[in-house]
Design a protein. Structure first.
Ligand code: GLY
Ligand code: MN
Ligand code: MN
Length: 489
């Protein structure tokens, strides 16, 4: 009788703790991908692995900002894609076949930091193995100090695929199982004979890789094959990131005035992102007024007044790990000048030509070729260049990249396929003192949209943010609640 009371009490406490954790997990923004999504991605990778092999993924290192302050932590996107795990100091291993680790038979194992009330008081809750297994659905989760338990498994494999091991890792002297220790331990473990390839290390007994001769896979290309095709669950989250970014572009168009600083405009974008649950940006926001728009990856954003100039705004909300990448270029005073309008119209025409090439079966470079052709002809007509080849002086970057967990997402740059999301982002940048009439100097324009390749063609996921000159000029005339917030004297 007494012992059954104990059991009941224990069960009540256990259920209370689990439901508390569940409530905590359900009560965070943004929403997360379902564990079944990550499980399906693990299975998809497993199917592509060589026989008798394992792939190893370390968590991203913590990066120090200064003294005892770190940058916000960002998980390695491959590890996140395969597990949903967002904590630091972890390593995930996925095996082709079942292996025996201790008493468990499994084809995957995640090593995580153990729970520790003292640490958690400072840095927040950790999952620990029990909850990671329960909530992420990974078959085996162990404490990081148990890494040695896979020693004999590694030795008996034919192939181990892993990326270059993380460097520049801090060695916490109070933690003997941090990333530094995990990497060192792994490094010392006996492995099959070494083969190397560009972006990864492949360890294998000689001539034992089962890939056919014409198949030159790397871990990077295997992950690229998977990540370049977005699953419906991913698209749902990515679309939300993009919608939030478009909404910010719209609100900023309504609010912008020539006496605003670049930073103020950046802040308005990022406020809207956060308001809708995007914790961060997928890359440092690019807010360039006037000739700053000609700096491709301008991030200082410290011009005091953008003035009567174009403002290039390349800003992407990151929601649920997925990032948007949207650029709009607008006149701060509400009206494009004649020269600005001509350059803007040319970039828009090039972008539309690029978007039209976003069809399944087209080469990855097809949108770029189409956009470059339009810009080359247009710059010739405007007398800005004398030969078509000179167009690259003013349009020096590519037109497209994959988009997803990374802003420049993984993918294999083959033919376009339904389910891919790519950017189409031509631009023209005419720096001061360029070799053309000075009426063009200081004009920088980029227009960037996020395009989903569909069975029939394409869908512009960032269509919500206006691109046409008239639409933009009309929107700038509207009032924004931001103008009622007196950030300035
Ligand atoms: N925001 C970086 C890029 O457009 O690629
Ligand atoms: Mn981009
Ligand atoms: Mn961009």
């Amino acid at each position: 009788m007494r012992s059954s009371l104990y059991v009941q009490f224990f069960l009540i406490i256990l259920i209370f703790n689990i439901s508390l954790l569940h409530a905590q997990i359900a009560d965070v923004i943004p929403e997360k991908l379902n564990p079944s999504f990550h499980a399906s991605r693990r299975q998809a990778l497993r199917e592509e692995l060589p026989l008798n092999s394992c792939a190893v993924f370390f968590s991203n290192p913590i990066r120090n900002r200064s003294n005892d302050v770190d940058y916000p932590y960002h998980q390695d996107p491959d590890l996140y894609y395969l597990t949903g795990f967002t904590e630091e100091d972890a390593v995930f291993m996925i095996f082709k076949e079942n292996v025996k680790i201790g008493n468990d038979t499994t084809n995957e194992v995640l090593f995580v930091q153990e729970r520790n009330p003292h640490t958690e008081m400072w840095v927040g809750k950790r999952m620990g193995p029990y909850e990671a297994k329960k909530y992420l659905g990974i078959k085996l989760v162990l404490n990081a100090f148990q890494l040695d338990s896979i020693k004999s498994n590694l030795k008996n494999l034919q192939t181990i695929l892993y990326y270059d091991l993380p460097e520049d890792i801090r060695n916490e002297n109070y933690n003997k199982t941090d990333l530094f220790d995990l990497v060192n331990k792994f490094n010392k473990m006996e492995k099959p004979v070494w083969l190397s390839s560009d972006k990864q290390h492949v360890h294998a007994t000689e001539n034992s890789i089962y890939f056919p001769k014409d198949r030159h896979e790397t871990l990077d290309s295997l992950m690229g094959e998977l990540r370049q095709l977005k699953q419906p669950e991913e698209l749902e989250i990515l679309k939300k990131a993009i919608n939030i970014s478009c909404l910010a572009q719209i609100e900023v168009m309504k609010a912008v005035t020539p006496d605003m600083s670049e930073r103020e405009i950046q802040g308005m974008h990022e406020f809207i992102h956060k308001k809708f649950g995007a914790g961060e940006e997928g890359y440092p926001s690019i807010l360039g007024g006037g000739s700053n728009a000609c700096v491709l990856h301008y991030t200082s954003n410290n011009k005091n007044k953008v003035g009567n100039n174009l403002v290039l705004m390349d800003v992407g909300a990151e929601y649920g790990g997925y990032t948007a990448d949207v650029t709009r270029t607008i006149p701060a005073n509400g009206k494009f000048s004649e020269e600005e309008k001509k350059i803007y119209a040319l970039v828009l025409k090039a972008q539309n030509a690029g978007i039209e090439k976003c069809q399944p079966g087209q080469e990855f470079k097809a949108p770029h070729k189409a956009a470059l052709e339009v810009i080359s002809n247009g710059l010739l007509e405007l007398g800005i260049i004398k030969t078509k080849e000179d167009a690259r002086k003013y349009f020096p970057h590519g037109t497209s990249h994959y988009l997803g967990l990374d802003v420049h997402d993984k993918g294999n740059y083959g033919k376009l396929q339904p389910g891919m999301v790519i950017t189409v982002e031509p631009g023209i940048y005419i720096t001061e003192n360029s070799d053309c009439d000075k009426k063009w100097w200081g004009i920088g324009v980029r227009i960037e949209d996020d395009i989903l390749i569909t069975e029939k063609g394409w869908e512009n996921l960032s269509v919500l943010a206006p691109r046409e000159v008239e639409e933009i000029e009309k929107l700038i005339k509207e009032e924004s609640f931001f103008n009622k917030v007196l950030l300035r004297e």
